[in-house]
Each structure stands twice: as C-alpha cells, then as structure tokens.
Design a protein around this ligand. Sequence first.
Ligand code: 9MR
Length: 845
Amino acid sequence: MLRRIGILAVAALATACLTGAPPATADEGPEQVPNGTFDTTTDPWWHTENLNFELSDGRLCSDVPAGTTNPWDAIIGVNDIPLVKDETYAFSFFATANPGKVARAYVQLPVDPYTQYVSAAPELSVSGNTYSYTFTSPVDLPNAQVVFQLGGSATAWRFCMDNVSLKGGAPPEVYTPDTGPRVRVNQVAYLPKGPKNATVVTDATEALPWQLKNSAGTVVAHGTTTPRGVDASSTQNVHSIDFGAYTKAGTGYTLTADGETSRPFDIKPDAYAGLKLDALKFYYTQRSGIAIDDALRPGYGRPAGHAGVAPNQGDTNVPCQPGVCDYSLDVSGGWYDAGDHGKYVVNGGISVAQLMSEFERTKNAATAKPIGSLNIPESGDDVPDVLDEARWEQEFLLKMQRSDGMVHHKIHDENWTGLPLLPHLDSQKRELHPVSTAATLNLAATAAQAARIFAPYDAGFAAKNLAAAKKAWTAAKAHPDLLASPSDGVGGGTYDDANVSDEFYWAAAELYITTGDKEYKDFVLASPHHTADIWKTGAMDWGNVAALGRLDLATVPNALPGRDEVRASVVAGADKYLAALKAHPYGLPYATTSYDWGSNSIVVNNLVVIATAYDLTGDVKYRDGVLEGIDYIFGRNALNQSYVTGYGEVASKNQHTRWYAHSLDTSLPNPPRGTLAGGPNSAIQDPVAQAKLKGCVAQFCYIDDIGSWATNELTINWNSPLSWISAFVADQGDGAVKAPGGCKVTYTTHGSWPTGFTTQITLKNTGTKAIDGWSLKWSFLGGQKIDIGWNAKFSQQAATVTAGNESYNKTIRPGQSITFGFNGQGAPGANPAPDLFTLNGAACA
Ligand code: 9MR
C-alpha cells in the first residue's frame, strides 16, 4: 500500500444501480476485497493477456497497449467477492493514468450478462485521485467480480492503482482452528533414551498431576507439571511436562493432564530413519526437466516439466526479460523452487549447500551414519544418492552462469499462473532475469563445495565446478553491487537482498576450504562476518548465509588460523539457541513473537546450529536440545499439529503447490511424505490467511489451506534443514550416548609435492584395556588417494580410508602407541588433516 496524504478526491456517484444509502455505515463494514493494497504481491488479481502486472512504488501498475477498441478489451480484476442482498457497500480505490484517461470500474456478475451493481467511469489523472462510491446490492452473490476495464484507447498508456476496497456486507466467517486436546506432544515419537517433553494448555496456575499411559491404557509413569505462565507466542497459560525418565519403547502412548489426553505417540529407537530419507526424496518430485517415474514414486509420476516441449515455453532456450540481454540460455533441469514453477539461484544455493553439508557431515561427525538409497533414477550408481540429487540442482546452477562469470538471478514465468497446474502444462513464457552479485556468489560457494565433495566420484565434474566457482568469485568482485530488484516480483518471487557481504563471506569460506588459497583465506579473515555475532533470531536463510560459511569452517577440516575460535563461536551460537529453547514453554529455539515467512525452517535451521555444537563438542546437552526442539515441528505446539506431511496424527497436507494440489483436484496427490510446511507467519500476506487469521498471534498465524502461500507453502530451502536435522536425529539411534573410544590419533603430513604427499599416523591406546586387532577409519576432504602404505593394511572407498592392523602390530596395550603411514596421491588444493577418526566403530577422542 502506498500511503498518500492530502488528496481525498471525488465522491463521484456511480451511475448505475446506485442507491442513496449513507456511506458512513457501509464504510464501517468488513473488507471484502482480498489484497487491495498490493504490498508484496498482485495475487489474487488477474488481467487479460494483453496487459502485464508490475508492483511499482507500492501500487499495482499495468501498461495498456495502443489500438484496442472496447473498454473490455483490456481488463484487470479480482474474483469471488461475496455480496449480500440489501447490504450497502462502500467501493473505493486510488488510481492514476499516464497520460490521463477515462477508465471503467465495476462491481459485477462474473458471467454473461455481467450485470453491474456499481459502475463508474472515473477520469484518471497523472497525479492520481481516490474515487469512492456507495451502492446497495440487489442480489445475494458469493462470487461477484471487481473489474477495471482499460481498453478502447488508440494510444498506449499506463494505469496504476492502490487501496482497492469494498467494505460492507456480512462479516467474514470467523475461523477457529481445531486444536484438539490441550496436552501437546511430539505426535511422531520420542527416542527411548532421549529427552521427552510436552506442554499443557490450562487455566491452572499451580502444578498439576500427569500420567503417561501405554497403548493398553495402563499408567506407566506419573509426575507433576511445571507451571510456565503465559507463553507470549500463543498467549496461552501453559505448563510443561518432563517424562524423560521413562525409557521403554512402545507405540500408542498417551499423556494425560488436567482432564485432557494427548494425541498418541511412540517411544521408539530409530524413529526418524524414515524421515531422514523422505525429507530428501522430496527433491526428486520437485525436479524440472525430467519425467517423474511413477514406479519410483507411486502416485507422483508426471511428464517432464519445462523440457522444451509444448505447451511449455522453456527451459531449454530461455530469453531474457525484454531489454535485459540479447541471448538465450539452456537452463533446463534443477528443482522447482516451491509451489511455483520458478527456479531461483539464491534459494537453490542454500538448498543444495545444505544437502551437500548433510553428506559432508557423514565424513566429519562422530554420530553421523551414511545416507541410504533415495530410490531415484541414479540409485545404484557408485555415487551416494544424496549427491546425485544435489547434482541435479548444481548442474542447473552452473547453467545459469554466463560467459563473463556472472550468474542470472532467476528464471520463471512471465506472469503468475493459477493452481493447479502441472509443470508440463505451463504455457507461460519463461524469462531469464538480470544477473546479480548474490546469485554469482551462491554459485561460487556451492560450486566450490561441490568441487571437493564430488572429487572422489567424478573428477571432471569437480574440476568444472572449481573453475566455475573461481570465475564467479572474480566476476562478483568486479561487480560487487548488482542487486536483484525488490520490485521484480511478477510471475515469480523477488528474492532480493540489499546486503551481499555475507554471500561474499560464504563464497570465500567455501573456496578457502576447498583450495587452501591465500586470497580466500585473507578475505575470510578480513570479513566482518567472520567474527560478528551472526546468531540472530534466525541463524540463516536464503538471504543470510554467513552461517553457512561459519559452520563449514568449523566442521570441515581446514587450516584456517584461529579455527578453534571459529568453532567456539558456533558453540556460542548454539548456547544462545539452546537458552531460547529452554526458556520457551513449547521448547523451540525461536525467541520472538513475530513469526517470519517460513518460520518452521528458521526453527529447524537454529537446531542445525545446536546439532553442530554437539558434533563439535560431544556435549550431550546440545544433542538433547535438538531432540527437544523437533517436538515443536511434530505437534508440541499451539495448533497441536505436525508440520510434516505424513508424520503425526494430524499433519499438514494441503501445502500451497501447483502439482500436489489434491484439495483443488482430487486426481492429484497431496505433497509427498516428509514435506515441511512453511509454518506460522505473523505477516499473513496472502488473502486466505488474511480472511481467516486476522489478528492472529504468532503460533496461530498458520492455516493448512492450499491458498495460503504465506503460511503454508513448501520449498526446497525449507526441506533442506528438515532433512539435515532428520538425519542428525535418525543418527542418534535409540538416544543412548556413545562414549568416545579410548584412542588418540596424531595425523602428520610431512611433505607434499605437486602430485602427492606423505603422512604418518600415530595411534595411541588411551583406554584401560588392550586393543586386540584394530581398524581405523577417516575420510579425505576431496579427491586424495592412498598410493602406498606401511605398517597397516589400507583400503579406500571414495574418500573413506580404512587402515587395519598387520599381524605384528595387532595388539596395542594401554598407554602404548603404534605408528604407520602412507604416500597419498593427487591432492590438489587444500590437504588438511582429517578431524574425525573412528577406531573399531567408535570415535577417537
Ligand atoms: O521464502 C521467501 C520468503 O523469505 C520471502 O519473505 C517471501 C517474499 O518475498 O518469498 C518467499 O519465497 C517464495 C518465493 O518468492 C517464490 N516461490 C515460493 C517461495 C516460498 O513462499
């Protein structure tokens, strides 16, 4: 909404069907026009094909072409406005025309004969006026239209409007969510040996008794609640319950307090092993440019989208927006961003980075376990499936780079499309939008990370990524302030970001970890993001990526001076989020009452920081914080629902998407299992949320309705932290904490030459029992290979090396050390000592 002071023009009277009813009463009625202020979007407004939409200066603008004959040859409108017979309405709007023109504004029947209940022909000026009319509806009609007819001019002109309002009639239905029993639990499962927490909504201010019952209804544990006062994120008076002392596995448990019984839940080892895979499988069905095989995803098969086949107009040969460039690019492939068909580099960047980090964690974290099969077309090749999936997106990001190294910010439809719409049926023109520094640095970062991660599997792809990363870095330094426009939001999201210094930091960090080069090291050390407290209310998102760099510098082996301080800074961030979680009676690490767009991803990303502190320190309080934090996502919340499709008794399933649009077309599926909904969003920018959730408080600003794109979309950058954290939780097994093995490893690289290096390893038994037979495992950072070794038997699979004892050094007595070594091959770039060694399956201290 553009706020204008001063001009309150013309109470011009409508010509048709106008009654003399007093405007004052109508003015006070409820607003019936959705999104008449155009603050962030043009949805759900539509236009005829000869027009366009542009959000400009807080208004909706359109260029009206020359040479139309009738007023109705060019129309902008909005549908489904309810009218109630005999109610009086106030219709008003602000509009401009350049040059000045007469337009037509109607509230009308949406079908032939298009009966007009108010009809006006305002004379629009360049500076603009507000026009107001009143009328009394002669009909009951659930779906009237508000339309602006702009045709009939021999010459072209530009129309802009704002604050379109129709007040009066019946108040919109009051929406009350069904929040079920007042005892709120993780509806999926608690780990037997992990923490177990719940929240009770109650008027009571004193502690209450609680009971845990098994599936037979037998009380198996009991205790008293802890009163927590009024929770600001829900305005509910709440108590918390800690039943962590109960450790027996089983299904169908319930928790009772204050006369209410929770939804059922399990106590189960490995309860998240399925989600670890489902959250990643989500990406295959988001793929563009390839047919989704129904045999791999029953119910989700569909033809390839945007693969250069009509009616698609892309993505194999995509031109720029008019005036932006004079070439076309093949930008096929990649993942669709969300519920739309757009593909955005800055959002693809964080998503693919988090998938690669989830994989990289398996090399560097003591509790991490391999990520299994995702049942994708590439399953069964020699590459872990998570990397095959990541590569699908990374290949697309590489295609968005032009020859000078700069990267296009995004590619999407010329105009927003309606729902439902399967990708292969989208007939809109596809366009490349300008290059941006942010997109270029996203490619620099992800390509640098890909270069080291793919090195053991595909040296050619790794080299291609490294070259692209370096080129992008150089280009971004030469063009450090090409920002994406905040008003380039028609047909796709803007993903604009006014500050790209964090993108520079992230890119430099990844390039340094991969190459070890001084240029990147110097940049990292000089960046304000290296030492700043970057642990804000949310640790990271597509526009705030310093944490991606900081976390990788802390967890991935590298030789940065001051790395201990980097690690300590991550632990400090975790302490902050853990404190927020402990202070929150619903146990989430999100210290705010103003919930942001995609708040669930913020919660999960903050958990990633806490989980990383566990990987770095082994301190179980961080691990327990993560296990408690996920409860919010799976039902321990004010709405008493899980936000992940297919997980929990009551779970989100109507996320905003054009092709899993089951609630609009029953022949289409719901989103696949393991899909995270965006979650509560205090700003409720979409019309459904505005109609149903007006005045909502934080946790309540959510509705599982396909029309609520501001609270209930699905996206690639929200499932990526979900999948990272699901893997972390799955890797905790039954929740028992493994003590580190009684060993210490000293890994010293004595010399290196262009094609190789020599390393000596000392393995010390720090325990109290003799080690009788040993097998020591570690991973190389990139493509290093063992050439020849001595005093141990070496084997290598991809980056993972196993060194086993010889018969003569099989036994290591307590306190004794043995030494062995090897010559390694082909270690271009950085070759730091690995951080993680496991002896006979347990991590060395
Ligand atoms: O996730 C994005 C959120 O951070 C922004 O505030 C919002 C408005 O710009 O856009 C969100 O991203 C949407 C994108 O613009 C278009 N595809 C769907 C994305 C998720 O809603």
